[in-house]
Design a protein around this ligand. Structure first.
Ligand SMILES: Cc1cc2nc3c(=O)[nH]c(=O)nc-3n(C[C@H](O)[C@H](O)[C@H](O)COP(=O)(O)OP(=O)(O)OC[C@H]3O[C@@H](n4cnc5c(N)ncnc54)[C@H](O)[C@@H]3O)c2cc1C
Length: 320
């Protein structure tokens, strides 16, 4: 059975949670040796942490020139790690840098490429990837005909690696003489309309709200009564009911307000990843088995069209 190479990603000096999720997938594919690569500048400490949390033997490509993302430099480091480990599977997170570098690596290796998978399984020794298609309506299974596969995995598709592991760290020397790309600057997109990342209280509506006109009637008044901002799940944004800046989740904003109220939201992993760090979560859903209740501090099983207006009224009354 082949081995797995995890390409860990550094964000603001630390390894992203998504990389620990890759470690969880790798450990699930038991029997395969796991090695990892940490790329950056001054990241030896992070490599040590990763080695103890599912990263296995961790190669660290530590160079001032790799401090900011640079596709040529990162590709050179990944190729050096591949040469050292000959993996059957290269796992990369499905993040903007992953979108950029992963296909290059696959093309260079002449490997199969699976993008945006949310699960990977071992079926009789064969790697089978699961991808969502048709806007999440269908799941499809993908296998590669090639001996080597490069796959990008959705952040938030699984829980991060839990527990501890016995790993080691080794420095990887990377030839950066062929680097032509130059990092210029990071530009943070200007927040339009609503900046959920700064809101202390967020009241989000999901597909359960059912109608764009109900947002200003039911969700917005509760948000305003609480002195908070309105948010939404992805189907609301996909349907054009609210603009993208309202979206909470893995492909929207990641928020951690003091209070998060989820109304008519089922609690899919991609939504949870964007709000589960909230200090206090209230979920209103008419389905008692909705997964959102697993992360809620208070769960209200009921019709949001009754519960939200009642709550809005009670908050207004309490505030006088
Ligand atoms: C690559 C990818 C990225 C994604 N990114 C995101 C993301 O960033 N954010 C995100 O949210 N999703 C994201 N998704 C989609 C995600 O998988 C779910 O499909 C989505 O979160 C479901 O949204 P929802 O909970 O609003 O809708 P549903 O899952 O349809 O849930 C609606 C809920 O409303 C409840 N309900 C219905 N009527 C009422 C009522 N009257 N009162 C109370 N409850 C009611 C139902 O019981 C149900 O639980 C992503 C998916 C993919 C594949």
């Amino acid at each position: 059975m082949g081995s797995i190479l995890i390409v860990a990603e550094i964000q603001k000096g630390t390894i992203r949670e998504a990389s620990y999720e890759l470690a969880a997938f790798a450990s699930k594919l038991g029997g395969r040796e796991v090695t990892s690569l940490v790329i950056g500048s001054g990241v030896a400490g992070e490599a040590e942490s990763f080695a103890k949390k599912g990263g296995g033997k961790v190669y660290v490509a530590d160079d001032a020139a790799l401090g900011d993302y640079n596709v040529d430099g990162y590709a050179a480091a990944i190729e050096a790690a591949i040469e050292a480990t000959s993996p059957e599977l290269v796992l990369i997170s499905n993040t903007p840098s992953g979108w950029d570098v992963a296909p290059r690596i696959a093309a260079k290796l002449d490997a199969g490429f699976v993008s945006d998978a949310f699960d990977v399984q071992d079926e009789g020794g064969k790697l089978v990837f699961l991808r969502r298609v048709f806007n999440g309506k269908l799941d499809c299974k993908v296998t590669a005909e090639t001996d080597k596969v490069v796959a990008t995995i959705q952040p938030g598709a699984t829980a991060p690696f839990e527990g501890s592991s016995d790993g080691s760290v080794e420095t990887l020397s990377v030839d950066l003489s062929g680097v032509r790309a130059k990092f210029v600057e990071t530009k943070v997109a200007e927040a339009k309309g609503v900046d959920l990342s700064k809101a202390d209280i967020i009241v989000s509506g999901g597909r359960g709200v059912g109608d764009p006109e109900k947002f200003p009637e039911v969700i917005q008044p509760l948000a305003e009564a609480l002195g908070g901002a309105m948010g939404a799940s992805r189907p609301v944004v996909d349907a054009g009911w609210l603009p993208h800046e309202y979206q909470v989740g893995s492909s929207g904003q990641v928020v951690a307000p003091k209070l998060y109220v989820a109304c008519g939201i089922s609690g899919a992993i991609q939504h949870l990843v964007g709000m589960k760090a909230s200090n206090f979560i209230i979920a209103i859903n008419k389905d008692p088995d909705a997964p959102i209740f697993e992360v809620a501090d208070i769960g209200v099983v009921g019709d949001l069209f009754e519960v939200c207006p009642a709550l809005t009224g009670a908050v207004k009354e309490a505030k006088g």
